[in-house]
Design a protein around this ligand. Structure first.
Ligand code: PLP
Length: 369
């Protein structure tokens, strides 16, 4: 080792690099579209933009925000009928998730690592957050139908397990676990293990047996539900997310989540957006309609997509994943390839969806049937 240089903790060698969705390749004559990051194709509600504009004054931006984000927490508390103290606001739900892992899992004094069970494939950020906290991610493969294998996740519990991540709808497959399936699952999880339900795409779910998973938080003191303003509310760049969890989780979490984690400008936008939740949900309806159209097209072409309850569709293309993604690039569309497993295609603008269906049509002869 070169003793004259700084060096990162050895654990960093084990971290996968986070691959963010890439911008589309520019092609003359084609409007480029990004279908790679599950962003909302529709603008935030106008009141959110107005609230932000109003919040950008010298007096506001030269000061730190009110650290507990009480105004937004009170609105969340009223909207979802939960105690205000059970709500923690942070820099996106990823900020909250990072805080949760740092609070509940890491490396112990004897060098042993706590274990965090995650479904896999799932949100790429999970292994990075868990490993950088010094804990160990235990990856439980999805079932062949791309849903979380809850039985296998139960079987993966050991004396070292401190936390279980559930992602529903799951990124990148769009599949969900129903409330009753999760209830049956959590009933069998020892109460000292934190169960974190990442529901980033909840507003896009149209399933009879999913409300908002808050009934599970009400039934089980070891459950935290994570939500975000990044997806349905169309405020990804504002970095506002939150968790709802009982005090045994929320109190230590609030110690770890950094003070001033997010800006009051973004929080004002989130507040205004939540005040107009009906309009936000009306926008999700448009995405859901397009999701059905895109999914149906992929299905008829033989791509075998699992039913999606999110704002994206998963194509289990295996070894063809990279080639499909390149075919999209050539048409000024960026999608997210997870080679050699599949490709995640976000539901976007009408024209973008039309074009990805055209790419899929042209590519279809390469599928093995
Ligand atoms: C997009 C996404 C989030 C949201 O992250 P933010 O930090 O709130 O922007 C969280 N979880 C999953 C699974 C996601 O796909």
């Amino acid at each position: 080792m070169d003793s004259s240089a700084v060096y990162p903790r050895p654990m960093l060698k084990q971290l996968p690099a986070y691959q963010s969705g890439q911008p589309p390749v520019e092609t003359p004559g084609l409007t480029p579209y990004k279908l790679a990051s599950n962003e909302n194709p529709y603008a935030p509600v106008p009141q959110a933009l107005e609230a932000m504009t109003a919040a950008v004054t010298a007096e506001v931006v030269q000061r730190y925000p009110e650290t507990t984000y009480l105004k937004l927490r009170e609105l969340i508390s009223q909207t979802y009928e939960v105690p205000v103290d059970d709500v923690t606001v942070g820099a996106g739900s990823l900020g909250i998730l990072t805080g949760l892992v740092q609070t509940f899992a890491g490396t112990n004094d004897d060098g042993s690592q706590d274990e965090v069970i995650i479904p896999w494939r799932s949100f790429e950020a999970y292994p990075i957050v868990i490993r950088s906290a010094g804990a160990k991610d235990v990856q439980v493969p999805l079932r062949p139908d791309s849903t979380m294998d809850l039985e296998a996740m139960l079987a993966a519990i050991t004396d070292r397990t401190r936390m279980i991540m559930l992602c529903t709808p799951n990124n990148p497959t769009g599949t969900i676990a129903s409330t009753s399936a999760l209830r049956a699952f959590i009933q069998q999880v020892p109460e000292h293990i934190l169960v974190a339900i990442d529901a980033a795409y909840l507003e896009f779910v149209r399933h009879d047996d999913v409300d908002n998973y808050l009934e599970l938080y009400r039934e089980f003191p070891n459950v935290a539900v994570l939500r975000t303003f990044s997806k349905a509310h169309g405020l990804a760049n504002m970095r506002v997310g939150y968790s709802i969890a009982t005090p045994q989780i929320s109190l230590p979490l609030k110690v770890v989540v950094p003070a001033f984690a997010t800006s009051s400008v973004g929080v004002e936008a989130a507040h205004a957006s939540l005040m107009h939740l009906d309009d936000v949900l009306a926008n999700t309806e448009k995405v859901v309609t397009e999701r059905a159209r895109v999914w149906q097209a992929f299905r008829e072409l033989g791509y075998n997509p699992p039913v999606s309850e999110a704002n994206f569709v998963w194509l289990p293309l295996g070894e063809l994943a990279q080639a499909f993604s390149e075919a999209c690039d050539a048409q000024a569309l960026s999608v997210r390839a997870f080679h050699p497993e599949g490709v995640r295609v976000s539901v976007g603008e009408l024209e973008a969806n039309d074009r990805v269906i055209q790419v899929a049509t042209d590519f279809a002869p390469r599928l093995q049937r």
